[in-house]
Design a protein around this ligand. Structure first.
Ligand SMILES: [Zn+2]
Length: 144
């Protein structure tokens, strides 16, 4: 994750379909008790990020408190997004045992990956999104 060049833009809202949400929740549940992760492909008009596709990836750490996406899968994800003429607009991961709030480790990685971070809490069945600009900004999650 260290040198992933993200897509820098302030977004105030991220839009997901009910179906995409369901795919992410199932992914989070099937990886429980460990964290799960995914890349979110879509479009971004500076105020709204619209998710068009969800690219599920493996948490190679298999950890309940951290996640790491292999460089191979990241590369695969980027190629797939490009093929679909979409951008990687977000990173999804789950918090199996805690709130949908960025951990200290998340914050560190958010510095290098300035896309929208969507976090699902299995514990509270709750989706929240954030972007780190000069400070942490909460992004509203809209399900359509
Ligand atoms: Zn986290």
């Amino acid at each position: 994750m260290d040198d992933w060049k993200g897509y820098r833009r302030i977004s105030l809202e991220i839009v997901l379909t009910e179906n995409q949400k369901e795919i992410l929740v199932k992914h989070a549940q099937s990886n429980f008790p460990n964290e799960s992760c995914a890349l979110l492909f879509g479009t971004d008009d500076s105020k709204t990020c619209t998710v068009k596709d969800v690219f599920l990836v493996e948490n190679v750490e298999k950890s309940p408190i951290n996640f790491t996406i292999s460089n191979e899968e990241l590369l695969k994800g980027y190629k797939e997004a490009e093929r679909k003429k979409l951008d990687v607009i977000g990173i999804f991961h789950s918090h199996p045992h805690s709130e949908a709030v960025p951990s200290l480790t998340d914050k560190e990685f958010m510095v290098g990956n300035p896309v929208v971070w969507v976090i699902f809490s299995n514990k509270h069945n709750d989706f929240k999104a954030y972007i780190l600009e000069s400070s942490m900004v909460q992004v509203s999650v809209k399900i359509v």
